[in-house]
Design a protein around this ligand. Structure first.
Ligand SMILES: Cc1cc2nc3c(=O)[nH]c(=O)nc-3n(C[C@H](O)[C@H](O)[C@H](O)COP(=O)(O)OP(=O)(O)OC[C@H]3O[C@@H](n4cnc5c(N)ncnc54)[C@H](O)[C@@H]3O)c2cc1C
Length: 472
């Protein structure tokens, strides 16, 4: 990228000036025209099923229309409860159900624990502060989401308090300020400090805890088995067809109940955006449940992180946190000019970057992707090291000096706000089919608060596992 040097020279001349904060009406019109939720770009109309006529990312539509040529006769197996997926929601459902003495099988597409849960960084929201209450957590969640299902939010915020001792009993650690007090940090949209953390990277610790408990349980765990269809007759779910990715064989698994926990669709690079999601998260659960008749809600709403790294290559897909911008890094287009205040909210920064790219003021990367420049290199070394975290060390390891290298960033798909409609026990409208976690909709409305996704996955995973076990 020869021309990067020339742009950097112009940037340096003006780097002390900050772009002004937008007026409310300017912000609104930017969002209306350029935010992916409000634009038909990359979407197609759904031509069948309960949401017929709605627009969906075309990548998800392709998954819905995909057909599998499996043989009429195939190997068969059976269990009481079949859990599909091994993220936070799936393992929680399996553990809860197996403790009720039912026979549980968990199938998962990749190796056990490969998921978005293991990638979670910031933390998990629980109303544990001295001034905090679940009712305040509800208020904050509803204010952000706008169209949430109040009953689901009520259950999530109250039961979050039980999740903490449940996890700790299995060996989970959270950061503490002293022996009896958790470290709780602030999160955008949370009116109280309520995000529980673990050493700046909660996902791997959480997943290790859940997987250890799973290995010590009687759950029959079957990795590398991808569910490709639900077996449903007369609005009753009877099991699923799975594809064994190692043996290249299809199998029918009959079950008295099925809990679907396959996460969102970020691995599809929805709407053509880069993604920070795990590669196994491809909307398949949404597709198979929808084809069986479960309604989708709030699928017009996705969360983007405005500053996912596009270059240097070794950090591609990693998220550059708001912390870097709040410490002073700004965003520049190919003309070397700022176009948005770096402290605007995520949706506004996302829309502003998309505008620059559409209007051809983006930086073109060798692979054809377009991004904009973040001048993180201008921050003092200590601040940059702390705010970039493992991205800093990764850059160094690959021969890039973070103190001189600009990072090219762009909007990156982060989270699916909507999904399958469920009730407060995780039941779908199909008898015998439950769903939990990111595959569902309603809890976060059209805008999820940071930290609420882990809470949702664990609370509703457990509830679905418990309720399904009771029905067997
Ligand atoms: C980079 C990143 C950082 C995040 N940070 C936070 C955070 O700090 N706090 C927070 O609250 N949230 C965070 N989130 C969101 C949160 O991690 C997820 O929303 C949540 O963990 C989802 O849990 P889940 O169990 O529903 O799905 P996942 O954890 O995504 O698990 C889905 C599982 O289903 C499997 N699967 C998929 N398709 C199939 C199929 N067809 N057959 C069988 N198995 C299948 C997958 O392999 C996976 O095991 C973050 C997300 C990302 C990507």
């Amino acid at each position: 990228m020869k021309y990067l040097k020339e742009i950097l020279a112009i940037i340096d001349e003006h780097s002390h000036q900050k772009f002004p904060i937008l007026k409310p009406e300017e912000r609104q019109s930017l969002l209306e025209v350029y935010h992916p939720d409000n634009s038909p770009r990359g979407k197609e109309e759904l031509t069948f099923g309960p949401n017929k006529g709605q627009l969906l990312p075309k990548e998800l539509l392709n998954i819905m229309l995909k057909t599998y040529n499996y043989p009429m006769v195939m190997e068969e197996d059976e269990t009481d409860l079949l859990v599909i997926g091994s993220g936070g929601a799936g393992i929680s459902a399996a553990l809860e159900a197996v403790s009720k003495k039912v026979k549980v099988m968990l199938v998962t597409k990749d190796k056990v624990g490969a998921s978005n849960t293991v990638l979670a960084r910031g933390g998990m929201a629980v109303a544990l502060g001295t001034e905090d209450l679940p009712s305040i957590h509800i208020e904050d969640t509803l204010k952000a989401g706008n169209s949430n299902n109040v009953k689901l939010v009520d259950v999530m915020t109250r039961e979050a308090l039980n999740i903490v001792p449940w996890l700790e009993k299995m060996g989970m650690d959270f950061d503490k300020v002293d022996e009896n007090k958790y470290r709780l940090i602030a999160g955008a949209g949370h009116s109280q400090k309520r995000v529980m953390t673990y050493k700046g990277f909660i996902g791997p610790r959480l997943m290790k805890t859940l997987i250890n408990a799973l290995r010590n349980s009687r759950v029959n765990v079957v990795p590398f088995n991808q569910s490709v269809e639900l077996i449903c007759e007369e609005n009753q779910c009877l099991g699923a067809v799975v594809y064994d990715r190692l043996k290249h064989e299809y199998k029918k698994i009959w079950a008295k109940a099925v809990v679907l926990t396959t996460g969102g669709l970020g691995g599809l690079n929805p709407l053509g955006f880069p993604t920070c999601n795990h590669g196994s998260i491809c909307g398949e659960g949404l597709a198979i449940a929808y084809k069986s008749g479960v309604k989708l809600i709030d699928m017009d709403s996705s969360q983007f992180h405005p500053t996912g790294a596009l270059w240097p290559e070794p950090i591609k897909g990693m998220l550059i946190s708001e912390g870097v911008r709040s410490l002073g890094a700004s965003l520049y287009n190919a003309l070397g000019k700022q176009f948005v205040n770096p402290l605007e909210t995520r949706d506004v920064v996302t829309a502003a970057i998309i505008k620059e790219i559409i209007e051809e003021r983006g930086i073109k990367l060798p692979q054809g992707e377009m991004g904009i420049i973040m001048n993180s290199y201008a921050l003092p070394e200590e601040a940059l090291r702390k705010s970039l975290g493992n991205i800093y060390t990764k850059l160094l390891r690959h021969g890039y000096n973070p103190q001189t290298t600009p990072i090219i960033v762009g909007p990156t798909y982060h989270y699916q706000n909507g999904g399958l409609a469920i009730d407060d026990n995780g039941r779908t409208t199909i008898k015998g089919l439950w769903a939990a976690g990111e595959v569902t909709g309603g809890i976060h409305g059209k805008n999820r608060l940071g930290g609420n996704a882990l809470t949702d996955a664990l609370v509703f995973g457990r509830r679905a596992g418990y309720d399904a076990a009771q029905m067997i």
